[in-house]
Design a protein around this ligand. Sequence first.
Ligand code: FES
Length: 194
Amino acid sequence: MSEQQVDTGRRRFLTVATSAVGGVAVAGVATPFLMSFFPSERAKAAGAPVEVDISKLEPGQKINVEWRGKPVWLLSRTKQQIADLPKNDPKLVDPKSEVEQQPKYCQNEGRSIKPELLVAVGICTHLGCSPTFRPDLAPADLGPEWLGGFYCPCHGSKFDLAARVFKGVPAPKNLEIPPHKYLSDTRLLIGDDK
Ligand code: FES
C-alpha cells in the first residue's frame, strides 16, 4: 500500500490508501507473485502503472498520487468549474492543446477523458516546481478574473483547472497529462492506456 494525499485547496491534508499494480513486465525476468500487486520501488520508478480508487473523490476535491516518481493530480471538477473553462481560452497560450502535452483522447476543452476528472502531472513546465492548487475565486493575489487553477510559487506561472498555461508567465507549455484509462467508474489506471 502507498499513500496519496488529499488536497482540499484549504491547506488541509488527509491521507487515504491506494494500491499500485503492475510491474511484472517491467522487470523482464521472473517476478514473485506478490510483486504483481506491489511493485518494487525500482519497478515503480521505471513506470509501473498505478491504480487509484476514485470512489471517495468529491466534486471540487483534489488528490495526489505518485507515478514514475512524479506527483500526479486527480481533480474532481465541479459542474461550475467545467462550465467556466472556456472563459479562460482567450488568456491561454494553447487553449486547444495543440502542443503534444497530452494523449490524443485528452485533446479537448477539459484535457480529460471525462469532463469531471482532470488527471495531470503536477510539475511546472518552466523549471519543474510543483504548482499550488488554488480553486478559490478572485483571490486578492491572483486577481478578479481568476476562476480557479494552479499557481506556481517559484516564478509565478499560472494554469487553469484544465492545467492549461496562461499567457505572460514563464512556463511555456500546458502541464502534461499522463496516459491513463478507467478500469471501472471508480478505478483509474495511471501510466497505461492500452
Ligand atoms: S518553475 Fe514554475 S514558474 Fe518557474
